[in-house]
Design a protein around this ligand. Sequence first.
Ligand SMILES: [Zn+2]
Length: 185
Amino acid sequence: MSWLRRSLAFFVRCVEVVPSPCCGEKLKVIGSRKRISRNATGEVKLLALRRLRCTGCRKIHHELPDCLVPYKRYESTCLEEVVSEEEAGTVVAADDSTLYRWRSWYNELTTYWCGALSSIAVRFHQQPMEVSSTPSLSARHRIGQIVGDAPGWLARVVRPITNVNLWLHTRSAFLSADAFGRLSS
Ligand SMILES: [Zn+2]
């Protein structure tokens, strides 16, 4: 899975020259943006994410540390634990409606994530994933086939998809043909 490791670059601090996710040009650091994250106990952390500008098209990007999922306030590991639970538990200090939203978000987007990851693999000229299309396979199982089951799997899903600007903003968003069209262009 070398394509997954290669796509790490955008998220690693202190790497000076990383290609932009829009046109593959250099990114210039132009400042930072404050971002709040919460851990499993609900404790709030304030992070400063670097603002980066593409030297090709001048589009602004924000660095995303491994611990975060775009548009989610809780750390990636919290979301990962909650959506991995067989039965609803209390591993993360968040209210029930938040936990419910995370599970719905996960269930609705898993198929999209699988498709996006497979397309990225093709785009970077890697072998397409041998993902079983058996409908009885759980969403978790299908994702596991691509990024593995070890802790941190959600971050491994988020990173490459975000790097190519295909992360969906809301759980109700659905895949447009356009999104995959961009991948193959
Ligand atoms: Zn650009």
